[in-house]
Ligand binder design. Structure first.
Ligand code: NAD
Length: 442
């Protein structure tokens, strides 16, 4: 528990906002979460989670029942007694790749109109450099001129699937502000966290988040390109990874060959940073390459499936893992969904399975695919099983059970998470991304 309890308001009850609110309540603060989606608030007041995130449901229920976490659909209610207002609303793709700041603008306007006292307004949404300046202007424009606002940037680095633990145990916390009071209060807020707090100016903080996501995305595209070259020259990506990963300057983290990056952050943030660069007459060559390799990877994976079963017209295909990664129900910019779309375009008949994301997948794919409750059920009569995300339970499948229902015998592992020997021991053929043909028997 914290020494000094702060009044916290969070604008936006999505993956970031709800996790932020619930975790800060757990630390002992008095938290109110507001969302412009009244249905979402009604559900949360009834302890119904709007999305799947491990551990979040129990945390929200505990803090709600302890009286430290409230939900409201009225911004003025939300800001009663607040010391800090976090903006954690979405910043989706704009029409030409820039970040769409519509929701940030709305949140800043509502905060300005509803604040009942001096307030530190903290941007947790991922936003382009200079957004804090823009928020400050909005606060001045819509405020009554009586209450003092200070603006800070506090980018969030949590990952869906481990968001609660990531929030509570971050590698570092970044606070950007040019206001001494805001910096002091943010230091106090995070005083109990056991990690370095980087205090920088506000534009640097905004840039740190984009640079971090651009670098992570670049790592994914880099290793995919290397894996594709490995496949072409019959080298083994696992051996390459072990060899380069042993170099302390390189390491292993986030170097995972596969279907490419997706989700609600990396694709849009790399594109948005590219737009910022162009606005300042800088050609974002690296960022463009990162995005272009990522787009191309879907085609590489389709060809790997075609290598296994030939022409895809009318071929029944089971796809396991439809969320953009394992452990979440988020299908936004999911490469697995893009892969399914590509398979459907080639005339394949697709049946999908995902431990958490079937509902979200239905909203995207409707009746163009069929849905199964288990991977084995999806495999019944299929010619090939495609593993499309990194959910750890796919590596634990009973391959004899899979072999007994699969009509064909091909397993295409688009995340390199399976043990080829275990798959082959069940009489199945295995193909991964850039994994050696010597290790993987044809
Ligand atoms: P989300 O889409 O899950 O949630 C956004 C929420 O904001 C929605 O519930 C929406 O109804 C609400 N909202 C929109 N306008 C509002 C307004 N004016 N007032 C109050 N609520 C409003 O988004 P998310 O995934 O939580 O992401 C939020 C931000 O955090 C984005 O900028 C994202 O890039 C960034 N981020 C996301 C992650 C992640 O893993 N999802 C990680 C780090 C940073």
């Amino acid at each position: 528990m914290v020494e000094a309890m702060l009044g916290i308001t969070v604008f936006g009850c999505g993956y970031v906002g709800l996790v932020t609110g619930a975790c800060l309540a757990q630390l002992g603060h008095d938290v109110c979460c507001y969302d412009s989606d009244a249905t979402r608030i009604w559900k949360l007041q009834n302890l119904e989670m709007p999305f799947y995130e491990p551990g979040l449901g129990a945390l929200v229920a505990n803090q709600f029942q302890a009286g430290r976490l409230r939900f409201t659909d009225r911004p003025d209610n939300a800001l009663e007694g607040a010391d800090i207002a976090f903006i954690a609303v979405g910043t989706p793709f704009g029409p030409t790749g820039e970040a769409d700041l519509t929701y940030v603008r709305q949140a800043a306007r509502d905060i300005a109109r509803s604040a009942g006292g001096p307030l530190i307004v903290v941007n947790k949404s991922t936003v382009p450099v200079k957004t804090a300046d823009f928020v400050e202007r909005m606060l001045k424009m819509y405020g009554d001129g009586f209450h003092r606002f200070a603006v800070a940037s506090n980018p969030e680095f949590l990952r869906e699937g481990s968001a609660v633990s990531d929030f509570l145990h971050p590698d570092r916390i970044v606070v950007g502000s040019d206001d001494e009071t805001a910096i002091a209060v943010m230091r106090e807020l995070y005083a109990s966290f056991n990690c370095p707090v980087h205090v920088v100016d506000v534009r640097t903080a905004e840039m740190i988040k984009y640079a971090a996501n651009a670098f992570l995305a670049t790592k994914v595209s880099f290793i995919n390109e290397i894996a594709n070259i490995c496949a072409a020259v019959s080298a083994d990506i696992d051996g390459v990874l072990a060899g380069i990963g042993a170099d302390a300057r390189i390491g292993r983290a986030y170097l995972e060959p596969g279907l490419g990056f997706g989700g609600s952050c990396l694709p849009k943030d790399v594109a948005a940073l590219g737009t910022v660069a162009r606005q300042h007459a800088i050609e974002p060559t690296m960022l463009e390459a990162t995005l272009s390799v990522n787009r191309r990877q879907i085609g590489v994976c389709v060809r790997l499936i075609e290598d296994g079963v030939g022409d895809l017209l009318d071929v029944p295909i089971a796809v396991a893992g439809i969320a953009f990664k394992g452990g979440t129900d988020d299908v936004r910019e999911s490469p697995a969904v893009m892969l399914v779309e590509a398979l459907l375009t080639r005339g394949a008949r697709v049946c999908i399975q995902d431990p958490y994301a079937l509902k979200a997948a239905r909203a995207r794919l409707h009746d163009r695919v069929t849905y199964a409750d288990s991977v084995e059920e999806a495999c019944v009569g299929a010619r090939v099983l495609v593993i499309a995300n990194n959910d750890p339970r796919f590596a634990l499948l009973d391959w004899n059970a899979v072999a007994s229902v699969l009509e064909g015998n091909a397993i295409v592992d688009l995340r390199n998470r399976l043990d080829p020997a275990a798959v082959q021991a069940a009489g199945l053929r295995y193909a991964g991304i850039g994994r050696s043909r010597q290790k993987v028997k044809a």
